[in-house]
Design a protein around this ligand. Structure first.
Ligand code: NAP
Length: 283
C-alpha cells in the first residue's frame, strides 16, 4: 500500500479524550451537556446509529436522552416533542434521526428545532450562516471530513477539491466548508458528463455517492487525498464508495471504511453538543 491511511477511529478517540476533559470542566461550572435524539420507526441502520450516538455520549460524560416514536406518529406529535426539548434547559442539542416516514415533512421538522440546539447543523439558519462564513454549528459529517484532511497536514488553500455527490447533508455542505478554506471546489453528480476529467484533476477527492466501490484507481490522480464518505453493505460487510484496494495504490492518503469518516461524524456531533453547552454557561 502506497497511500497513508487516515485513521478516523484513532483521530476520533484522540478528540473524544480531550472532550471528556471539557465536559468535566463544564460540570464543575454546574453544566452537564445534554443531547436528545429522536428516532421514528424501526429502521435497523437508524437504530444502530442512535445506539452508537448514545454510547459515545455516555463515554464522554454527556447526558443523552433517546426518544423512540412509532412510525405511525403524526407530524404534529413529533413537533410537540421538539417543542418540549427546545424548552428543556438540560438539553443542549436536538437531533432527529433521518430519514423520516413519508407522511412527515422533514423540512418542517428540521426547521422546528431551535437553531441554538441544532447540533446536526441542518437548520436553514445554520446552513445559511455556514455559507456566509459565520460561526454556527457545522454539519457533522462534512466537518469530520475537513478535520481528517487537516490531520494529513496538507494545505487546503488553493487546492482543487472535487466532491462527488450533492446531497444537502453531505455533498453540498462539504464542498462549502472547503470553499470557506479557500479551496477551488468542483461538484460532480449523476448528470455530470465525463466525470473522470474532473476527478483525475482532484488534489482532494471526496466521495459521497452511496454506490459501493464507485471510484476506481483510474479515476484518481497520483498522490491525491481520497475521503470515502460512503457506507454500503455488500454481502453483510461494510464497504465504502471507493474501491479501497485499488485506490490505495494510487492515492497519497485515503480513509478506510469502516474506521474512517463514520467515527468522526459522531465525534463532531459531540463537539457541537459541548459547544452548545458552553453557550449555555455564557448566557
Ligand atoms: P444521497 O442523498 O443519495 O446523494 C447521493 C449523491 O450522489 C447525489 O447527489 C447523486 O446525484 C450522486 N450520484 C448518484 N449516482 C451517481 C453517479 N452515477 N455519478 C455521480 N454522482 C452520482 O446520499 P448521501 O446522503 O449524500 O450519502 C452518500 C453516502 O454517504 C451514502 O453511502 C451514505 O450512507 C453515506 N453517509 C455516510 C455518513 C458517515 O457518517 N460516514 C453520513 C451520511 C451519509 P444527484 O444529486 O444528481 O441525484
Amino acid at each position: 500500500m502506497s497511500a497513508q491511511l487516515i485513521n478516523g477511529k484513532e483521530l476520533a478517540s484522540e478528540k473524544r479524550e480531550s472532550m471528556k476533559k471539557e465536559v468535566e470542566m463544564l460540570k464543575e461550572q454546574g453544566v452537564k451537556p445534554g443531547l436528545a435524539v429522536i428516532l421514528v420507526g424501526q429502521d435497523p441502520a437508524s437504530e444502530t446509529y442512535v445506539r452508537s450516538k448514545h454510547r459515545a455520549c455516555e463515554n464522554t460524560g454527556i447526558h443523552s436522552v433517546s426518544i423512540k416514536l412509532p412510525d405511525t406518529v403524526s407530524e404534529e406529535e413529533l413537533l410537540g416533542h421538539i417543542d418540549k426539548l427546545n424548552e428543556d434547559d438540560a438539553i443542549d442539542g436536538i437531533l432527529v434521526q433521518l430519514p423520516l416516514p413519508k407522511h412527515i415533512n422533514e423540512d418542517a421538522v428540521i426547521e422546528r428545532i431551535s437553531p441554538k440546539k441544532d447540533v446536526d447543523g441542518f437548520h436553514p439558519i445554520s446552513v445559511g450562516k455556514m455559507m456566509i462564513g459565520q460561526e454556527t454549528f457545522l454539519p457533522c459529517t462534512p466537518h469530520g471530513v475537513l478535520e481528517m484532511v487537516r490531520k494529513t497536514g496538507i494545505e487546503v488553500s488553493g487546492k482543487h477539491v472535487v466532491v462527488i455527490g450533492r446531497s444537502n447533508i453531505v455533498g453540498k455542505p462539504v464542498g462549502q466548508l472547503f470553499l470557506n478554506e479557500n479551496a477551488t471546489v468542483t461538484y460532480c453528480h449523476s448528470r455530470t458528463q465525463n466525470m473522470q476529467k474532473h476527478t483525475k484533476d482532484a488534489d482532494i477527492l471526496i466521495v459521497a455517492v452511496g454506490i459501493p466501490k464507485f471510484v476506481k484507481d483510474q479515476d484518481v490522480k497520483e498522490g491525491a487525498v481520497v475521503i470515502d464518505v460512503g457506507i454500503n453493505r455488500v454481502d453483510g460487510k461494510l464497504c465504502g464508495d471507493v474501491d479501497f484496494e485499488e485506490v490505495k495504490e494510487v492515492a497519497g492518503a485515503i480513509t478506510p471504511v469502516p474506521g474512517g469518516v463514520g467515527p468522526m461524524t459522531i465525534t463532531m456531533l459531540l463537539e457541537n453538543t459541548i459547544q452548545s453547552a458552553k453557550a449555555r454557561v455564557r448566557s
